[in-house]
Design a protein around this ligand. Structure first.
Ligand code: NCD
Length: 336
């Protein structure tokens, strides 16, 4: 661990609920912690050491909304640390089916495990459950792995890590322009990432979307209150040409209201033909899963970082779990 971050005086979170809870010292600490943890991945001894950190602990992965990478990456993160994961992926197999409230179900899980990672279609649920558990004699840490159209803080943390790593040679995230594209109204990754980026000086955000998918009022007010420079535009081509990083997202049509008219998003698709108009070092990101908004022909371009985001996500989650479980102080640079 570099001496630039004093981990003893840093305020560490007890839960991970939303992007608003993190400040710049924490983000810098997390960046260094993840980089140190990755050094352990280089040798068998290093990996065995990581596995020795939490073999006496158990985690519950409560995912009642579809998930591939977030679920897998938390599952892998747990096993890297020796932490034993159990899972619920469908509330119809739990006592919620018998009419049990979600609060009672989660309090039950908290009796058996030491950490709960939860994804749910209900906005604000992770906050509610953490508040409830904090008033019980056994308040286990909660990680919000996606709460409806609301927040996805661990995705935002791994996105910031990816940006920081990609801009390493270019002096970090400060002063950079990030263009976020797609369904900005209902995409939780966009809300969480934009809020985290407010921690970096002179960042400019360009939100490129059809009128129907403009950012929600709460995010607009937040950015104004934090004096973050931002622009909302329907001009996709100008937005991507000005960007140091492009964050593509899909239409979140699972939240469509029946009978609602489909929005035409064809002008907001990043295609192979656009690559020439991007900056030479532009970072292309996507939280995935992708659809037609991101051309697979771009995957081979060195600026495409979305597959790295996935791997970075696993290491980010390892780091976050070590912090919540109080073993991050055991992560010191290994001698290889
Ligand atoms: C995102 C999500 O679930 O919000 N996916 C993810 O976790 N990587 C993005 C999406 O579903 O569009």
């Amino acid at each position: 661990m570099s001496p630039s971050v004093n981990r003893d005086t840093l305020e560490k979170p007890r839960h991970i609920l939303n992007a608003g809870q993190f400040n710049r010292p924490f983000l810098d600490y997390m960046y260094e912690l993840i980089n140190t943890i990755r050094r352990f991945d280089k040798t068998k001894d290093g990996l065995m050491y990581l596995q020795s950190l939490l073999p006496h602990r158990r985690a519950m992965l409560y995912f009642t909304q579809p998930s591939t990478r977030t679920f897998m990456s938390f599952h892998a993160a747990c096993t890297i640390l020796g932490l034993k994961p159990s899972e619920i992926r469908d509330s119809s197999t739990s006592s919620e089916r018998k009419g049990e409230s979600i609060e009672d179900s989660l309090r039950t899980f908290a009796s058996y495990v030491d950490l709960i990672v939860m994804r749910s279609p209900v906005a604000g649920l992770a906050d509610r459950i953490s508040g409830l558990l904090d008033e019980t004699p056994r308040p286990v840490p909660i990680i919000n792995a996606g709460s409806g159209p609301d927040e996805h803080p661990t995705q935002a943390l791994l996105d910031v890590y990816t940006l920081q790593r990609s801009f390493h040679a270019g002096h970090g995230i400060e002063g950079k322009t990030v263009c976020l594209v797609g369904d900005l109204k209902r995409g939780r990754t966009v809300r969480s990432l934009s809020r985290l980026l407010a921690n970096y000086k002179d960042v400019k955000l360009i939100f490129a979307s059809p009128i129907e998918y403009k950012i929600a009022d709460d995010l607009r007010s937040f950015l104004l209150s934090r004096n973050v420079a931002f622009e909302e535009t329907t001009n996709f081509r100008d937005g991507i040409a000005a960007a140091d990083a492009i964050y593509m997202t899909r239409v979140q049509d699972e939240y469509d209201v029946i009978g609602e008219k489909k929005v035409d998003t064809r002008n907001y698709h990043l295609k192979y033909e656009h690559l020439d108009s991007l900056k030479k070092e532009c970072v292309i990101m996507h939280p995935l899963p992708r659809r037609e908004e991101l051309d697979p022909a771009i995957d081979k371009d060195s600026r495409a970082k979305y597959w790295r985001q996935e791997r970075n996500g696993m290491w980010t989650r390892v780091a976050l779990i070590t912090i919540l479980m109080g073993v991050d102080s055991h992560i010191v640079m290994p001698t290889l």
